[in-house]
Design a protein around this ligand. Structure first.
Ligand code: HEC
Length: 113
C-alpha cells in the first residue's frame, strides 16, 4: 500500500519534470541571414533593367559591369547607397545582408574573364 503511493508520487513527479523541461519550440525563429533567392534571380529582379543580363546594357548611363574594375567593397557601397546620380539606392529595398553579399559576388561574375 505504502509502496503504491510512493510509485504514484514518483510517476507524477516524473511527468511534471518532463513537461517542464521539454524544449520550447514556440520562440524558435530563424536567425540566420541566409537568403533563399538565388543571386541571379536577385540580379534579374533588381538590376537587369538598367544593366542588362550580361551587365552591358547601359540603360540611363548604367555602368558596363563586364568591364567594371571596382572592388567588392565599392560594389557593395554602390548597391547600398547608389551612385552620385542617386540611381541605385538599394539600402531600403534589399534589406537582407546575405542578399546584398550575393549580389556583390554575382556582379563580379559578369566581368570578362
Ligand atoms: C535605374 C537603373 C539602375 C538599376 C536598376 C541598377 N543600376 Fe547599377 N548603375 C546604374 C548607373 C546609371 C550606374 C553608373 C553610375 C555612374 O557611373 O556614376 C550604375 C553603376 C553600378 C555599379 C558601379 C560599376 C562601376 O564600375 O562603377 C555597380 C557595381 C552596379 N551599378 C551594380 C548594380 C546592381 C548590383 C544593381 C541591382 C541591385 C543595380 N546596379 C541596379 C543604374 C542602375
Amino acid at each position: 500500500m505504502v509502496l503504491g503511493i510512493k510509485i504514484g508520487y514518483v510517476l507524477i513527479l516524473t511527468a511534471l519534470v518532463v513537461s517542464c523541461s521539454s524544449p520550447s519550440t514556440d520562440n524558435y525563429s530563424d536567425t540566420t541571414n541566409e537568403s533563399n533567392i538565388s543571386s541571379k534571380a536577385l540580379y534579374t529582379l533588381h538590376c537587369e533593367a538598367c544593366h542588362g543580363a550580361d551587365g552591358k546594357k547601359g540603360i540611363s548611363g548604367a555602368a558596363d559591369l563586364s568591364v567594371s574594375i571596382i572592388n567588392p567593397k565599392k560594389i557593395k557601397s554602390t548597391i547600398l547607397n547608389g551612385n552620385e546620380k542617386g540611381m541605385m539606392p538599394y539600402k531600403e529595398i534589399i534589406t537582407n545582408p546575405a542578399e546584398i553579399d550575393s549580389l556583390v559576388s554575382y556582379v563580379q561574375t559578369l566581368r570578362k574573364k
